[in-house]
Design a protein around this ligand. Structure first.
Ligand SMILES: *Cc1c(COP(=O)(O)O)cnc(C)c1O
Length: 380
């Protein structure tokens, strides 16, 4: 087994520094300053402007979707996607407990209830088998969709998350959702640039959500996007996130309770400059992943790689330790030595606001929770 010390020196060599190595920092190597200054000079710093439009077009191309809507952050993108699909108070939304808290929060903002189902060991994302087992036990198909026959609530959406950029088993999940008339939304916040069977994540769900927070692969300070291949739904998304305003030359006409979830043009300028570099970031990160893969191959530590027929964006890279004791030792030693590492999230049902929610046997999620650690993954 490779010693933790050799892991530490390997990571320091990769980043060519003895100073603190963070998990993931932004890389501004393109037109960021130019576009930002241009935006300030134009005075169009707020919620409308050419960069907002350009950002939406770029996102449509990257995700191969008909409509992209720039929004204020990834959490808002998920919330609005749920609302667009009619998720309402009392509904149930199938998702994974092994996720960042925003996934569950977005469901709760709609006054809906998350149902936590297990993940697969290979993808670390929502397990088709777990969804299928749950629906066979509790699902009841009615005229207007799927209901939970035990609670009587409507099961109105399924929200898988592509953990750290590793795509979930989309075909299997889509087939199950189709059978049970449940809409699938991808929480693609972590998977910009990842591919499933040759197509980008985000183009499979009825709607999908992306994040451009400071720690993501591409950042604009804070920001998000909703994408869809359903043009009507996408346009409705734009309208809802821009205060549900009916176009009028001078009157304020709002015919629904909308949101001010717009991405300012200032942030969109940064987002455009960053998106221009997405493919070079992906290449750069893939190289680092290869280095890690061969380094860890001869150690007792398992470096997590992409699954067959997928391409991961390697947003946050991670290793799987033997057990919790080994994990804790790894975390402590690396962090003490200027190399930032972090355990995967606590499962959602451990958090006080979600501990009353239904969950299945979380065998895989609990296995991963004790073993997965993120390691430095920034573009070099
Ligand atoms: C980052 C993230 C979000 C939320 O994005 P914000 O832009 O921070 O609101 C949602 N889901 C997952 C899985 C994330 O990692």
């Amino acid at each position: 087994m490779t010693s933790i010390d050799s892991v530490i020196s390997f990571i320091k060599e990769q980043y060519k520094t003895e100073a603190f190595i963070p998990l993931h920092v932004p890389h501004f190597g393109g037109n960021e300053k130019k576009y930002l200054l241009e935006t300030i000079d134009s005075t169009f710093v707020s919620s409308v402007g050419p960069y907002v439009d350009q950002f939406e077009i770029m996102m449509q191309k990257i995700t191969q979707t008909q409509k992209a809507v720039a929004v204020v952050n990834g959490t808002a993108a998920i919330q609005v996607a749920l609302r667009l699909l009619g998720v309402k108070s009392g509904d149930e939304v199938l998702t994974q407990a092994l996720t960042f808290v925003a996934t569950a929060n977005a469901i709760a903002y709609q006054n809906a209830t998350p149902v936590f189902l297990d993940v697969d060991l290979d993808t670390m994302g929502l397990s088709p088998k777990a969804v299928s087992l749950f629906l066979e036990e509790f699902g009841e198909l009615r005229e207007d969709g799927c209901y939970n026959k035990k609670t009587g609530n409507k099961i109105s959406a399924c929200l898988p998350m592509h953990t750290f950029g590793f795509p979930v088993h989309l075909d299997e999940l889509l087939a199950i959702c189709n059978t049970w008339k449940i809409a699938l939304i991808e929480d693609a916040a972590e998977s910009l640039g990842s591919e499933y069977k040759g197509k980008p994540t985000g183009c499979f769900g009825k709607l999908s959500a992306f994040s451009f927070n400071g720690n993501k692969i591409v950042t604009c300070g804070g920001g998000g996007a909703i994408v869809s291949n359903d043009l009507k739904l996408g346009e409705k998304g734009k309208y809802l996130t821009t205060t549900a305003k009916i176009p009028h030359p001078y009157e304020y006409v709002h015919d629904e309770m909308g949101y001010n979830f717009r991405m300012p043009n200032l942030n969109a300028a940064l987002a455009c400059a960053q998106l221009e570099q997405l493919y070079s970031f992906l290449e750069n990160k893939r190289k680092l992943a290869k280095e890690y893969e061969s380094f860890f191959a001869t150690s007792g530590v398992k470096f997590r790689t992409e699954t067959p027929e997928t391409k991961a964006n390697y947003w946050l890279m991670c290793v799987e330790l033997e057990n919790k004791i080994e994990r804790d030792l790894f975390l402590e030693t690396t962090n003490k030595n200027n190399v930032m590492t972090r355990p995967i999230w606590q499962l959602m049902y451990r958090l006080p606001m979600y501990n009353h929610c239904y969950r299945d046997q979380q065998v895989n999620a609990e296995f991963l929770e004790e073993r997965i650690v993120n390691i430095p993954s920034s573009v070099r």
